[in-house]
Design a protein around this ligand. Structure first.
Ligand code: NAP
Length: 260
């Protein structure tokens, strides 16, 4: 039987590292995605050795750059069963990408958006295909008129909370659009884990990376969720999401992202 394939972004991060290790252990044909080729190479080697899974690959992609995501998708061969959007960033001062897009919006929001947009075609004929967007309970203050902090003063916590709200809204937007294709799109809060990302926000983190990875892995792998889409999970429980309920705002955000 052919192996199922999976992509994990932010694969050498605190939570992504544990997600990737479990996906390798589960026998997926796994592609690790991040920016640093050396870290990816080392991690792929380590995971292969640890798990005996010879099909652990890597791809260096700057997810804040649409052309890099597009190029990655153009080189993809075969079906894709699981996509885990996990990479995110929290720079302390306002930074922009080479295309001039505010960094958190580009990476944490458009990065997820472009990965879904370019990779869902590979998931269409797959049984129980799943996209998991690693989001957060720490979310809010999304301003559709100022997504890039051009009018508001930049504050990395506000920009981060906005981006995690957007992840949950775009989960609903894609779930709606992909409902006929059978591809499930779920949002998952991980846990409060010490990482580069959380340290930048001034949080220490009180859960282990393993605890943090448990809920995203549940959303990606648990057979009880087959056929469920458009939902948000915390601690392996479906949790009401007020952001996803505002369908006007969800549609507006989707349309804005599409224009980038
Ligand atoms: N930690 C928490 O307490 C917590 C709580 C709730 C939700 N989350 C969510 O969990 C996810 C993982 O966070 P984490 O705490 O594990 O953070 P982390 O350790 O800082 O990992 C983030 C990963 O994303 C990668 N990344 C950042 N920008 C990228 C880009 N432009 N292109 C490709 N890769 C990029 C980073 O690579 P580089 O090191 O090369 O930048 C890193 O591997 C995030 O979505 C976060 O919002 C975390």
């Amino acid at each position: 039987m052919e192996k199922k394939s999976a992509i994990v972004t932010g694969a050498y991060g605190a939570i992504g590292g544990v997600i990737a290790a479990e996906m390798a252990k589960q026998g997926y044909r796994l592609t690790l995605v991040g920016r640093d080729r050396k870290k990816l190479e080392k991690m792929a080697e380590t995971l292969s050795k640890q798990t005996g899974n010879k099909d652990v690959f890597y791809r260096a992609v700057d997810l804040s750059a649409k052309n890099e995501v597009e190029r990655f998708a153009q080189s993809w061969e075969g079906p894709l069963h699981v996509l885990i959007n996990n990479a995110a960033t929290t720079p302390r001062s306002r930074e922009t990408t080479s295309r001039g897009i505010e960094q958190q919006f580009a990476t944490n929001v458009l990065g997820y958006f472009w990965m879904m947009q370019y990779f869902y075609p590979f998931m269409e004929k797959v049984d129980d295909a799943r996209i998991v967007n690693v989001a957060s309970y720490w979310a809010g203050d999304l301003d559709l008129n100022d997504l890039e902090f051009e009018s508001r003063p930049y504050d990395n916590d506000t920009a981060y909370r906005q981006s995690k709200q957007a992840n949950r809204m775009l989960t609903a937007a894609f779930a709606k659009r992909l409902s006929d294709s059978g591809i499930a799109v779920l949002a998952a809060h991980p846990g409060d884990v010490r990482s580069k990302l959380s340290n930048n926000l001034g949080h220490g983190g009180w859960e282990s990376p393993e605890q943090g990875a448990a809920n995203p892995l549940f959303c990606a792998l648990d057979s009880s969720l087959k056929g469920i889409s458009g939902k948000y999970y915390e601690h392996k429980r479906e949790t009401p999401c007020r952001f996803a309920k505002d369908s006007d705002a969800v549609e507006k955000l989707y349309e804005v992202c599409l224009k980038y």
